[in-house]
Design a protein around this ligand. Structure first.
Ligand SMILES: Nc1ncnc2c1ncn2[C@@H]1O[C@H](COP(=O)(O)O)[C@@H](OP(=O)(O)O)[C@H]1O
Ligand SMILES: [Mg+2]
Ligand SMILES: [Mg+2]
Ligand SMILES: [Mg+2]
Length: 353
């Protein structure tokens, strides 16, 4: 019996339900029912998914703190937007009575919707049980039909214990090649994967559908015998990680495969199941602080799959200092055996600058 069995079950179902909401928003956008204006679908999806996840956490773990990306301020002023989200939230469920019961059922009112969203305002820190939520990670990917992830992690005294990533546009098949998502004309068929990790208990994947528990499989990183043959993942957005530095590092490692660019923590999930090998996120700006909700779940899942995740100095990601990773710069994630070499080259390339 897992030491965090209840937390894991609630987190998986909560992410699954939130992912259904995001998919509805995406398809309604395509149909024109939701404005195609870039901001509106994202906002609707973000707020709706965050509210649904938080209501599940509050129903099960009322004392826990929550650090979530979004806040309700904008919704308090915009009643049209609020009503659109409320309609969507009200009508999104897992269509599985037992599972809905685990999640504590639906949100009761429009006011509750706002309250739920703002429960995510914890400052974070080194003490107690704190959940980190990114309702839609990879906003840009979500809009494009590329990769995005619904992300949830539980930290206890700053240590990530449970991590769950719902990736609607990643193939269910762990052995499928890396994919940037629906932008390449891909359909929903065979897509949608739920990744989980529990500290010291390994990492798993399963289809992102109700009743998929029996299909849960353990995942692990690929053992790379030769770094030169590795594939590395990086952000699509050049503003989020330094493509130039990453290319130089890859070159120095002898890597000739082109990088796979994908949005969101789908990168962590993809290397954790061996679809890719290395994830590089080198800082673009000297001042940007990475957000804990962009990394907590992925960090744990990769480590539980046999990887090492550090910043560019080789330090573990430090989730104890609030809503951001103020003590870290960048991310270097690789299979344990390859990580020292990758880090050495990262330091070499950055040291020359
Ligand atoms: N200058 C910057 N450097 C690194 N990350 C940034 C950034 N500006 C925004 N981000 C973060 O990058 C995340 C997406 O990462 P990726 O590029 O790997 O898809 C965004 O999450 P959201 O999409 O949830 O806002 C956002 O938090
Ligand atoms: Mg994010
Ligand atoms: Mg987000
Ligand atoms: Mg954002």
């Amino acid at each position: 019996m897992s030491s965090y069995a209840k937390e894991l079950e609630v987190a998986q179902l909560a992410v699954q339900r939130a992912a259904i909401l995001t998919k509805r928003v995406f398809h309604e956008k395509a149909k024109g029912t939701v404005s195609k204006d870039d901001k509106s679908p994202v906002t609707i999806g973000d707020f709706g998914a965050q509210a649904l996840i938080i209501s599940a956490l509050k129903a099960n773990f009322p004392e826990d703190e929550i650090v979530a990306e979004e806040e309700a301020a904008q919704l308090k002023e915009d009643s049209n937007l609020r009503q659109t989200i409320w309609e969507l939230v009200k009508t999104t469920s897992l269509e599985d009575e037992a599972a809905e019961k685990v999640l504590g059922g639906a949100i009761k009112s429009e006011d509750d919707l706002l309250t739920m969203i703002d429960y995510g305002n914890s400052k974070g820190g080194a003490k107690g049980r704190i959940w980190a939520i990114d309702p839609i990670d990879g906003t840009k990917g979500f809009l494009r039909g590329g990769q995005y992830a619904v992300c949830l992690a539980l930290m206890v005294d700053g240590d990530v214990k449970v991590g769950v990533l719902g990736c609607p546009n990643l193939p269910v098949d762990d052995a499928a090649p890396l994919t940037a998502g629906q932008e390449s004309g891909q359909t929903d068929e065979g897509m949608g994967c739920l990744f989980s990790g529990v500290l010291s208990e390994g990492a798993t994947s399963r289809p992102l559908t109700t009743g998929a528990l029996s299909k849960e499989k353990s995942i692990s990183m690929k053992a790379i015998k030769d770094i030169a043959a590795a594939t590395f993942c990086e952000s699509v957005e050049a503003g989020h990680s330094a493509h130039g530095d990453q290319a130089e590092i890859a070159k120095k490692l002898g890597i000739t495969n082109p990088s796979v660019r994908m949005d969101s923590q789908a990168k962590y999930a993809s290397i954790a199941r061996g679809a890719g090998d290395i994830y590089l996120r080198l800082p673009v700006s000297a001042t940007y602080q990475e957000k804990i909700w962009d990394h907590a779940a992925g960090d744990l899942i990769v480590r539980e799959a046999g990887g090492v995740v550090t910043d560019i100095k080789g330090n573990r990601l430090d989730f104890t200092v609030g809503r951001t990773l103020a003590n870290n710069k960048g991310v270097v994630a690789a299979p344990a055996a390859a990580h020292p070499k990758v880090l050495e080259v990262v330091k070499e390339v950055l040291g020359q600058k």
